[in-house]
Design a protein around this ligand. Structure first.
Ligand code: CTP
Ligand code: MG
Length: 231
């Protein structure tokens, strides 16, 4: 039995420093519309999604003010200094109909190429345990480098995964894990790391590697290409 549709929190409060453009990368044009519009479209069109909570930066002058998409509510919240602060703000701003024990998704606004089938598979598999995330086993040989970029050693590759989004956890457990991280001044790079620190063991669900996070100008060109070929 598939679970009830879930809300998805989309952190979009970053500044895109590595992209170095004149605006946050989520508002750069991809095939004629803003990058974030592609991400929102893919999620809103998905039958497993109930609503979207977009987390925006305080100085955001670009958000187009969307409030429904495919008949689903699109709400906004104000983000924070770190991604984990933004995600927490989004979770706290979810409507009361989303219970503490309900699963929610978190998906980077900067990942427009996520595939519908991967979202469905994540939801189906992670709902059977305490949550999980999309990712892919590492395929390249992994080197440990010196500060001067000399290769010091070759790290084992087996049982190493790259972590993507969406990530899926119970609302209450994820908020508690993110609050603990902030209380302890720990930096976490994704929700799964906060959950690991809280003692959970998120399920890694293999997804397509073209679910790229747009970070640089080269990624923008690649995403534009991928969007014409994936669904
Ligand atoms: N994000 C956020 N709040 C922050 C930082 C990041 O909501 N304080 C969001 C970004 O908008 C993005 C996602 O988290 O959708 C992944 O972060 P990243 O790729 O690092 O984006 P930026 O922080 O914008 O980029 P950079 O690190 O190059 O500045
Ligand atoms: Mg960042």
């Amino acid at each position: 039995m598939s679970p009830a549709p879930l809300w998805c929190v989309l952190p979009a409060a970053g500044r895109g420093a590595r992209m170095g453009a004149d605006r946050p990368k989520q508002y750069l044009s991809l095939g004629g519309k803003p990058l974030i519009a592609h991400t929102l479209e893919r999620l809103a069109a998905h039958p497993c999604i109930a609503g979207l909570m977009v987390v925006l930066g305080a100085q955001d002058a670009f958000w187009p003010g969307i409030d429904t998409l495919h008949g689903k509510p699109v709400r906004t919240a104000l983000g924070g200094a770190e991604r984990s602060d933004s995600v927490r703000a989004g979770l706290e701003a979810l409507p009361p109909e989303v219970g503490e024990a309900d699963f929610v998704l978190v998906h980077d606004a900067a990942r427009p190429c996520v595939r519908a089938a991967d979202i469905a598979r994540l939801i189906e598999r992670a709902a059977q345990v305490d949550g999980g995330l999309l990712g892919a086993p590492l395929r390249d040989t992994l080197k440990r480098a010196s500060e001067g970029d000399l290769s010091l050693a070759t790290e084992p590759r087996d049982q190493r995964w790259r972590a993507f989004t969406p990530q899926m956890f119970r609302r209450g457990e994820l908020v508690a894990a993110l609050r603990a991280v902030s209380r302890d001044s720990r930096a976490v790079s994704d929700e799964a790391m906060a959950m690991e620190l809280a003692g959970f063991r998120p399920l890694l669900v293999e997804g397509a590697e073209d679910n790229i996070k747009v970070t640089t100008a080269a990624d923008l060109a690649l995403a534009e290409f991928l969007l014409t070929r994936t669904a």
